[in-house]
Write a protein that binds this ligand. Structure first.
Ligand code: BES
Ligand code: MN
Ligand code: MN
Length: 463
């Protein structure tokens, strides 16, 4: 497919500029202050799908942010690929840690991206990766190379739990009918060793509130005589892991599937340097559950992490006070088979049970979702594998990821189709962090690889 490479070469500056325009809109779904920006982004995505050659594009209203839907049906007897992505982004905070403003995209070279990377919130997660699909479609329609039917479903609430998407999918099974779901919202090992994500972790996210006395107290007059909710909360949190870093919540591991020695040995073959990993994070030693490697800890094992903790006086100088309340946000990453609702219940029951009588505890579940594993013995995986082989010259390695895209398991339940996770980001692209970026190489390689997926998938489907 020489015309594919030529097309990208001839249009790459425009592809980059269009993405830059998209990245300028701060579509932060978590913060109502950006409401209009999120809605504007949906319009821009809609226009891009029209220009890329969809026959029918619409903005579908939901109880929350709209879903952009587009399709090009060329022949009902051909297979249909459903592309999913999200146009919302994480909040940019803490703003002062960005080297350049989060919504003023710039291109800079880095060690891993010698050809340059676009720095902006959402560059990799997921505007850049979503937009690769729009440009791949443009190529296919402009050059008469679209081999099958395509549907796009781009949502605006992924970073806040995809509630409206669940609502939408349940009501539109017919409209969304497909033969395979294609998502680029994950990563790969490196630019010389691509990988295909074959697993995602589930998630249970809760907020806890510990209340001691009914008002803030003088820490001299009352200290030592009443429970300090911050002291208690930190003690309770510390007890959630034992000395081997196992999680102590009763029943937490009951449904965790242990991988066989063979499966673990297979996993260990993926290229990985612990030294480089530690250097990149500036840590002397890694940390985690006993008996598992770093790559196992962050993919096939469930975890519990405090994401934020607050209470009491955190302003300038000192204030002698015992706060009335302390809070924490806690996430549990789950592996397939663990049910997130069940885990949320186990957590709630346990967390309340370990609190001393001197405090009151409230647990509020935020959101969650199931984990997912994709088999590799299906034509979707094979097509993806062939496509990466064509463009990178190397067969991609199947790899389970630690991240979550909770809606993927709902897709399988409601639409009865498999999802193929063709990610082009790198772990070092700093998604959700300051200075998020996406390599130009990765962006263009994605645009090049996607049409080949369509080609191989259609061929394998017809065999
Ligand atoms: N794209 C990420 C998930 C991801 C990234 C999976 C890299 C695998 C590799 C997605 O946008 C995300 O951030 N998901 C959230 C969960 C969601 C419910 C907020 C996550 O994993 O924290
Ligand atoms: Mn994402
Ligand atoms: Mn994300």
């Amino acid at each position: 497919m020489n015309d594919l490479k030529n097309y990208i070469e001839n249009h790459k500056d425009r592809f980059i500029n269009e993405l830059i325009e998209l990245l300028k809109i701060p579509s932060v779904s978590a913060d109502p202050a950006f409401n209009q920006d999120v809605l504007n982004t949906a319009e821009v995505v809609k226009e891009s799908l029209v220009k890329a050659g969809c026959d029918h594009v619409e903005i579908c209203e939901t109880p929350g942010y709209p879903i952009v839907y587009g399709e090009k049906i060329i022949d009902p007897s051909l297979p249909t690929v459903l592309v999913y992505g999200h146009y919302d982004v994480q909040p940019a905070d803490p703003l002062h840690l960005w080297d350049s403003p989060a919504f003023e995209p710039i291109i800079k070279k880095t060690e891993l991206h010698p050809e340059g990377a676009i720095f902006a919130r959402g560059a990799c997660d997921d505007k850049g990766q979503m937009y690769m699909h729009v440009k791949a479609l443009e190529y296919m329609t402009e050059t008469g190379n679209l081999p099958c039917n395509v549907k796009f479903m781009i949502e605006g609430e992924e970073e806040v739990g995809s509630e409206s998407l669940g609502w939408f999918v349940k009501r539109n099974q017919e409209k969304l009918a497909n033969d395979v779901i294609l998502i680029s919202d994950t990563g790969m090992i490196s630019n010389t060793q691509p990988s295909i994500t074959t697993g995602l972790r589930g998630l249970s996210y809760v907020e806890v509130e510990v209340t001691g006395p009914n008002r803030d107290l003088h820490s001299g007059l009352y200290g030592g005589a009443v429970a300090n909710p911050i002291n208690i909360l930190t003690k309770m949190i510390a007890s959630l892991h034992d000395e081997n870093n196992h999680i102590t919540i009763p029943g937490f591991y009951d449904k965790v599937e242990d991988l066989t020695r063979e499966e673990r040995d297979e996993m260990a073959k993926a290229p990985f340097s612990l030294e480089a990993y530690k250097n990149a994070l500036d840590i002397e030693e890694v940390y985690g559950e006993k008996g598992y490697t770093t790559n196992e800890r962050n993919s096939i094992r469930p975890t519990l992490d405090v994401n934020g903790i607050w209470g009491g006086y955190t302003g300038e100088g000192a204030k002698t006070v015992i706060a009335s309340k302390a809070y924490a946000k806690i996430s549990m990453r789950l592996v397939p088979n663990q049910d997130w609702n069940e885990i949320t219940e186990l957590f709630t029951k346990h967390f309340k049970s370990i609190a001393p009588k001197s405090v009151k505890v409230k647990v509020s579940p935020h959101h969650g979702g199931q984990g997912y594993v994709t088999p590799i013995d299906n034509i979707g995986y094979q097509a993806a594998s062939m496509a990466y082989k064509d463009t990178f010259g190397v067969t991609p390695i199947p790899q389970r990821s630690g991240g979550s895209i909770p809606i993927v398991s709902l897709f399988e339940d409601e639409l009865k189709s498999k999802t193929i996770l063709m990610g082009f980001g790198l772990d070092s692209d700093a998604i959700h962090s300051p200075n998020e970026h996406f390599g130009i190489f990765n962006y263009l390689k994605g645009i090049e690889t996607i049409p080949l997926f369509y080609k191989h998938f259609t061929n394998l489907y017809q065999k």
